[in-house]
Ligand binder design. Structure first.
Ligand SMILES: NC(=O)c1ccc[n+]([C@@H]2O[C@H](COP(=O)([O-])OP(=O)(O)OC[C@H]3O[C@@H](n4cnc5c(N)ncnc54)[C@H](OP(=O)(O)O)[C@@H]3O)[C@@H](O)[C@H]2O)c1
Length: 253
């Protein structure tokens, strides 16, 4: 059967809502046991409950991805619940410094780097050595953004953290490829989640999008989950180091 993840174990950070939740559900539909991790236990528990009865299990683990000790516990708890990790999705993100670059504080930049970049680095260091030792391959999926591909005024902090994640994805892909561990990024365009409501609640922004975006609808989390499934499973066995753009064609112009 195609596009299956039976017997695989996945971690999806930020899996309690939005894109992460859609990815976790898709993975569980396809047979993976998935740990979803973020700060808000109630979101995690509700998301896990919605997935009851699917082919794979979904378990909530509370974790602030900016804290090294909590990331370590997340991996340990995942191994205790389901076994070693085959698929890691670095999806949690924040955007603390939107606005003119001259007004960006050190704190906003450092904090956003910690969540959007350092957490992925730390999780990879916790998970990939085990993947290498088991010699069964693995897949890491980093949720970046089209904002990491092209600059926007006011987007210094967010865009530069996502651009960093894209370059790190390529370096990791080179280093881990010989171990059959694939590392890819997804660059979503505008997707309807809490994170992006500033844009999709803005009528002018949406009017512009409807004219300039070749597929003129507002993207939905499920439309990212399909790409994540592809990158997680064997069907993408020759794909690494890429940035898969899923944006309704927004970056064609
Ligand atoms: N929506 C878009 O238009 C869009 C476009 C391009 C890229 N993206 C990317 O897609 C990914 C998912 O975003 P989304 O749109 O689904 O937004 P969302 O619904 O707001 O989800 C963000 C997730 O990140 C988690 N998170 C934030 N800070 C965290 C922390 N310190 N520790 C652990 N988890 C944390 C949140 O959970 P808690 O609050 O429970 O911690 C939440 O689950 C992000 O990487 C974002 O940059 C989104």
């Amino acid at each position: 059967m195609s596009f299956r993840l039976d017997g695989k174990v996945a971690i999806v950070t930020g899996g309690g809502r939005g894109i992460g939740k859609a990815i976790a559900r898709k993975f569980a539909e396809c047979g993976a046991n998935v740990v979803i991790a973020s700060r808000k236990q109630e979101n995690l528990e509700a998301a896990a409950k919605e997935c009851e009865g699917l082919a794979g299990k979904v378990a909530p683990v509370r974790c602030h991805v900016g804290r090294a000790d909590e990331l370590k516990k997340l991996v340990e708890e995942t191994e205790r619940l389901f076994g070693p990790v085959d698929v890691l999705v670095n999806n949690s993100a924040t955007n603390l410094g939107q606005g003119p670059s001259l007004e960006v504080t050190d704190e906003a930049l450092l904090k956003t780097l910690e969540i959007n970049v350092l957490a992925a680095h730390r999780l990879i260091r916790l998970v990939v050595p085990g993947m290498m030792a088991r010699a069964q391959g693995g897949s890491v999926i980093n949720i970046a953004s089209i904002a990491g591909l092209r600059p926007q005024p006011g987007g210094l902090v967010y865009s530069s953290t996502k651009a960093a994640l894209l370059m790190m994805t390529r370096v990791w892909a080179i280093e881990f490829g010989p171990h059959k561990i694939r590392v890819n990024a997804i660059c979503p365009g505008l997707i309807q989640t809490d994170f992006s409501e500033y844009f999709w609640k803005d009528e002018e922004h949406m009017a512009r999008l409807k004219v300039t975006q070749p597929l003129p609808h507002l993207g939905q989390p499920d439309e990212i989950a399909g790409m994540a499934l592809y990158l997680a499973c064997e069907e993408s066995s020759f794909v690494t180091g890429t940035a898969m753009v899923v944006d309704g064609g927004a970056t064609t112009r």
